[in-house]
Design a binder for this molecule. Sequence first.
Ligand SMILES: *Cc1c(COP(=O)(O)O)cnc(C)c1O
Length: 416
Amino acid sequence: MTTQHDCLALDAADPLAALRGQFSLPAGITYLDGNSLGARPKAALRRAHDVLEAEWGDGLICSWNTAGWYDLPSRLGDKLAPLVGAGKGEVVITDSTSVNLFKALAAAIKLQANHPERAQRRTIVTERDSFPTDIYMAQGIIEWLDRGYTLQLLDSWDQLPAALHDDVAVVMLTHVNYRTGRMFDMPAVTAQAHEAGALMIWDLAHSAGAVEVDLRAAQADFAVGCTYKYLNGGPGAPAFIWVPERHQADFSQPLSGWWAHRQPFAMQASFVPAAGIRRAMCGTQPIASLALIECGLDVFDLVTMAALRRKSLALSDLFIALVEEHCGAHGLELVTPLAHAERGSHVSFSHRHGYAVMQSLIAHGVIGDYREPHVMRFGFTPLYTSYSEVWGAVQTLKRILDEGDYQIDAARGAVT
Ligand SMILES: *Cc1c(COP(=O)(O)O)cnc(C)c1O
């Protein structure tokens, strides 16, 4: 049995405890939703001020050159790269995850269509339980291409080996599931896809900055992910796309905007793709938002992913154990795998009145979120979450459940 005293002792011995000082978090709030929107690095306020006042205000258009705006997407891509096992020149931060997935999928389809033995393959495999935008983007591309491609939706991950038949062109999976927190074995699944002659795309939305990822060791083909979740880049900050060096020369995507051109300012009438990772871009980037991502990435210079992962698992183990001990009588069901190798950095419990209970938790200063159907998500971000906060969150949950202190017909906001 773990006591509050034990949690305080864990905090006192926590080598990462000081990192919380890098973030601005309101007093009295336990923030367990860094998996959806990371907290604000303190440095971001100063950076925003500099970008708006000095770079935009004083520098005006000269800042594309003098403040490094032009190279910012690839410079920040290089900074993010080690967090996902990517090489220099292989990552660019640009556009949204949805748009980047579209580019990666289009490029993968094209690579296969140009392959001497795989040109006839027409199946794209993903999970029914994928984050919906991933499915929607695949459906959009398939419908728009109108070349007989079909999307095969797996109902559970153990269906994957059987689904890898010789018509599969591309497998596209989210490494850590947004709802359940379940994590795939990236090297093993990538190898299975390759053995079947398919290309492998990973969505790292809930992995980048949360778990150790080594894209190059896994020999994956493409990857995309968010910067506004565990990387703390800011609301709606641009996403990243990884194109390994071995695929760059053949990487062709249909959103061939001028920023992907070899010489954008040559103003030529025909498109020639940039030689390297810039060919994954499209148009002008949102500099004010992009610049703030650097403040989130800077924090990762102070720590290793291995140390973050250790604390993340310790926090989620503690949360699971405390919920089972203190709230066990209330019909909560653990949705997230117990095995460490299969768990990301958030924990989900389902409850018949999950939405109402989560609203009550938020009203009492414990911020998690809710995903259909019935799932309460609790994100553990070892950069700023403490063990005693986990203790406090479970006590609040226990009190709400014991007292039935939630409104079953709570009105829903546009975002849950
Ligand atoms: C959060 C998330 C997204 C978000 O995509 P946007 O284009 O940034 O809205 C996409 N895929 C997954 C798996 C996610 O978890």
